[in-house]
Ligand binder design. Structure first.
Ligand code: HEC
Length: 301
């Protein structure tokens, strides 16, 4: 009798167990999964510098609504509305549309994006991070705002020319782990060269607007908004070789330089809107990677 009851109990248990397995197989998402994704996406957003170019400092309420003119040597480019508004933002985009824009520089309609939008770096991002970022962008308030048409000087304003530009200057593909280096170094390299896109602003460009690969991170007089972006290679004389790694960690979280001055302009924006929220471990991995770069002598002022 007792043993029969036991079997009944265990039958019941295994039935319950089967339901759990079945639910898992049908992949019924736990209630928090969407929220977790968006939370992770917020961290990814911070690692990119907060997509700060998509918010106009003259209209800070319209978060991510774009239309901010970015000065370039080729004329102004207006950033896109990346709020989830269906008409004027990315509300109608699928996850794949978003991933294609970020990693291939193409819009859902097939047109090419200007490399002012740093897909040349974002292409290195892992798919999981891209999915999370998309999930987070979906949670921000939609703003209805049409993006102004481009104002670039011909031939730079001709989007079809970008097809050829990409053939020469763009190598798509996600970050490749370097087995010879530590986990931490790879994390730093992934963040710096992918999400945080430091080199996009801190490198000189050739006349077609492509980054000069031999001067990566070595600074430029004509940086974003046509401002000077300093040499951040560890060259003692012209770069940040005299800074300690601690100095750089502090700078990336507070904007304060070793001489006590605070940074300004777009660097202050990417710190305020993004990097300052990163974990200590990630900041340390990023600065470790920067100090592992080859020092390049490049005097700018
Ligand atoms: C959107 C463009 C942009 C991005 C992205 C960016 N920077 Fe900067 N950075 C600048 C500009 C412009 C300045 C100069 C600001 C100033 O004059 O205060 C600057 C200043 C600095 C300085 C101060 C150097 C000095 O000698 O005064 C350091 C260090 C630095 N950036 C490191 C980084 C690192 C590391 C990253 C990536 C994690 C990064 N930056 C990403 C544009 C950018």
């Amino acid at each position: 009798m007792i043993s029969r009851m036991k079997t009944k109990m265990s039958n019941l248990k295994s039935a319950g167990f089967r339901i759990v397995i079945l639910a898992a197989l049908l992949s019924i998402p736990p209630l928090t999964e969407g929220a977790d994704m968006a939370e992770k996406g917020k961290y990814v957003l911070h690692a990119t510098g907060g997509c700060s170019c998509h918010t106009d400092p003259n209209d800070p309420q319209a978060i991510m609504a774009g239309n901010r003119p970015l000065k370039t040597p080729f004329g102004p480019v207006y950033t896109s509305n990346i709020t989830p508004d269906a008409e004027t933002g990315i509300g109608n985009w699928s996850e794949l549309d978003f991933i294609n824009a970020m990693t291939k520089g193409v819009r859902p309609d097939g047109s090419h994006l200007f490399p002012v939008f740093p897909y040349t770096s974002f292409t290195k991002m892992q798919t999981d991070d891209l999915k999370a970022l998309f999930a987070y962008l979906k949670t921000i308030a939609p703003v209805e705002r049409e993006t102004k048409p481009d104002d670039m000087y011909p031939p730079f304003g001709w989007r079809f020319g970008l097809f050829f530009w990409k053939l020469v200057n763009f190598s798509p593909g996600s970050y490749q782990f370097d087995q010879r280096k530590s986990e931490e170094w790879n994390r730093g390299a992934y963040l710096v060269s992918g999400l945080a896109h430091c080199a996009e602003c801190h490198s000189p460009r050739n006349i077609t607007g492509a980054v000069k690969q031999n001067l990566l991170f070595a600074g430029t007089k004509e940086g974003p908004e046509l401002e000077l972006a300093p040499n951040i290679t560890p060259d003692r004389e012209t770069g940040i070789g005299s800074w300690s790694q601690k100095d750089l960690n502090w700078f990336l979280t507070s904007g304060q330089k070793p001489d006590g001055d605070y940074t300004e302009g777009v660097m202050a924006e990417v710190i305020d809107e993004g990097y300052q929220f990163l974990s200590e471990a990630d900041i340390n991995a990023m600065s470790g990677y920067i100090f592992s770069l080859k020092p390049i002598k490049n005097k700018l002022d």
